[in-house]
Write a protein that binds this ligand. Sequence first.
Ligand SMILES: Cc1cc2nc3c(=O)[nH]c(=O)nc-3n(C[C@H](O)[C@H](O)[C@H](O)COP(=O)(O)OP(=O)(O)OC[C@H]3O[C@@H](n4cnc5c(N)ncnc54)[C@H](O)[C@@H]3O)c2cc1C
Length: 494
Amino acid sequence: MTLALLSSALTSKPSNPFFSRNPCPPRSSIPLPFIFADVKPSKKQSMDGRTSAPRGKNSNTKKRSSYGTSRRSIIKKSFSQEQVVFTSPVVSDPVVGIIGGGIAGLVCAATLEERGIRSTVFDTGMHGLGGRMATRLIECEQQLVFDHAAQFFTVSDSKFQKLVERWLSQGLVREWKGLVGELEVGGHFKPIPSSSPRYVGVNGMKHLADSILCQKTMVNIVRPCWISQLDPFNGRWHLSEKGKLHGQFDAIVIAHNGKCANRLLSSSGLPLLTKQMKRLELSAIWALLAAFKDPLPISCNGTSSAFEGAFVKGIDSVSWMANNASKLFPSHNGLPQCWTFFSTAAYGKQNKVPQESIPAITAEKVKKDMLGGVETALGLTKGTFPLPFYTRVQLWGAALPTNTPATPFIFDPQGRGGICGDWLLGSSVESAALSGMGLANHIADYFQSEGAHSDEFAVGLQDAFRLVPGHDIGQFPGTNYGEQICKSPIAVAG
Ligand SMILES: Cc1cc2nc3c(=O)[nH]c(=O)nc-3n(C[C@H](O)[C@H](O)[C@H](O)COP(=O)(O)OP(=O)(O)OC[C@H]3O[C@@H](n4cnc5c(N)ncnc54)[C@H](O)[C@@H]3O)c2cc1C
């Protein structure tokens, strides 16, 4: 793996890539390895003589809109941005820029390498990669370890199964055999039969994310880096962070979502991607990390072993609780008990604040509500729940998708841009990984086709959205937990 900051020498940033009177910068300022035909704004007739509306399997050319039938006018009026159309020939040695180093972006980069394509992954992570596969390490007398978003994952798809088997053989994941079940108010615990194995990252989910690209030689990682601008210019995408150019790419992948992705796409020249991204809705979930000196008073209906994870029912402030100490370090006795608690999405919505600056008063309230919720769930007398010696609350403001287009990925061949992420298929580690893998293979096929019948590579640009259940904790395909995607499409805005 090459951990390299991309050329900061490429300082010249294109001003107006579409309509600049002098679109080509002096060669000395941007040493392009390839010079392509320039990017054109969308026209009814594109350079190769075909009509420009995508005719891929998912495009819906019959659909009329209140803006009329001309796609160009729809785009203009809806999104105030013109569609980028790359007319330059595809190159034989393309490089892909991937914005987002969560599991979707990482698997996308790894799969591109398997197909012989170079990429750079940009991620905002200060301490590592992984996004919502996050593990927090706290240095106290003894180190405290908490998985504070994804808790475990399941496998239902054979392609993901193969990947997980590789991770197993590399020692990056292992099966979590601890007792997991449903906890109802009053301490009524019911084990969930493990019909499908539950996997966890060895030493935490973040360690898995940080390791996925370790052996890769065709992937650059740039972090911490917040890509804030996408500019199509001279046949390539120029990616920059606050005016600083971070490289040029033959295709781009948006591997993140939420407000940040909406902002990034809003002036990108990719209105169809923008439109789909804007339809996505996300839940908010509070996480409480709490460490206790002694084991929690859990009885498990008289069974000898205490549960390690439970989906909590009937309490607004708690939907899940798991003991990281026994989950991650089953053979170590005497470790402090590090528990992760999640609220429901309903509680997250009621108590939403800006996640970057949580008011102290809100943090205190949430902590009290959540610990009180656990006390009630366990059926303890009020005020008897043990006091944690360490706590931290965090709001996942863009936690889990509540709707999905149920397409593995989105790709716009005209703009040579795609989207991958959990929300395209559901709300789980598996759906994110499959999405990244699917998009990488599609991009590889697109480049291999050398641009022939490019429109046929359009995917997911018009797909309707459906509800996705399981947004309190996510989906666990292969189990009976929140795995089914709602069959009926819901109303599509705009
Ligand atoms: C509280 C919670 C609990 C969960 N529990 C489970 C579980 O137990 N099992 C399960 O299977 N799933 C679970 N999930 C869901 C799972 O974590 C996600 O589905 C999956 O991790 C999403 O991966 P992703 O790559 O699509 O997105 P992300 O992990 O969100 O990755 C996106 C990355 O892009 C980065 N980024 C954003 N903007 C930019 C930018 N402009 N420039 C550069 N980088 C950028 C972000 O920092 C982030 O690292 C849970 C999620 C949450 C929030």
